[in-house]
Design a protein around this ligand. Sequence first.
Ligand SMILES: [Zn+2]
Ligand SMILES: [Zn+2]
Length: 342
Amino acid sequence: MHLSEKKAKTNKIIATLFTSVIGLAYFMIISGIDNLSDNIVYILYAGGLLVCYNTYGIFTKKFRERAILKAATFPEKWKKILEKYVQFYNALNEEEKRRFETEIQIFLHETRVTGIKTEVDDVTMVLAAASAEIPVFSFPEWEYDNLGEILIYPNAFTKDFRTEGEGRNVTGMVGTGVMQGVMILSKPALIGGFENSKDKKNVGIHEFVHLLDAADGKYDGIPELFMQNQYIAPWLEIMRKETERINKGQSKMNPYGATNAVEFFAVASEYFFEHPMALQKNNPELYDMLSLVFRQDTKSKFKTALKSAFNYTGIKIGRNSMCPCNSGKKYKKCCLKNARTY
Ligand SMILES: [Zn+2]
Ligand SMILES: [Zn+2]
């Protein structure tokens, strides 16, 4: 959810056009009515201007708010959290740090972070946003169009989101079906991923990389929006070779990466962002390829989606839907009360 000057401009142009069309139609209708007294005409004109003003305001809301956030100071306690937990942030220069901070503010303004049977504290909120920003930091035009809400679970959960009983081995996932577009993260796993920067594991980054993978329409381990066509064949070859090494026990990568291409891309990306120096040393080919994917300026590929030019801020669970905690209550009467935005 970056602040993009280009998109803000497009938004203004479209909003102006829309407002003009509505205003023109309104004034044509008024001038078409006969026998109106002057006073009534003035009142109708004033009303018309007000309608235009409000229309413009509604259409430009998201980008006006982004501009305000850009000017706002970053909360001091959030800065301390970034400094303590996020190595990626500490490695940035001052100017990049400011941009990272603004992007976190925008992300948390537009994305709801909701605790399911757990509290969303500042550490959780800031680290969830950092996970989102790290993989796309080189792409100022990027929007997580399909994500509007992150659910925070108190611990690992089952594939069907149960937090109790057997089979709780999932620490993060991007939902499907009724949970379409909603990300679920285990709170201790999210924080643990940043606490230990040497273990090459970071569930937050892992899940956001899955969203980048899926941005071209399919989960296949080939991030086509981020990868020029001529690199796809070499990428498949790198994946094949490293998977073979994992299976033979010769790789330093998390063996979960050998599950399939989708998991390979996410696991390799965790490694790349958590411990780039080790990856460069252990598998320079894979490192170079991921540098191309994540650092290359491919912004021309990110077309301004019409919905992101307006106030759309991603899929969120409906207020009247059943609460994901299985309480049987409506979301707004249950865990939505634990939701936070900035
Ligand atoms: Zn995964
Ligand atoms: Zn609930």
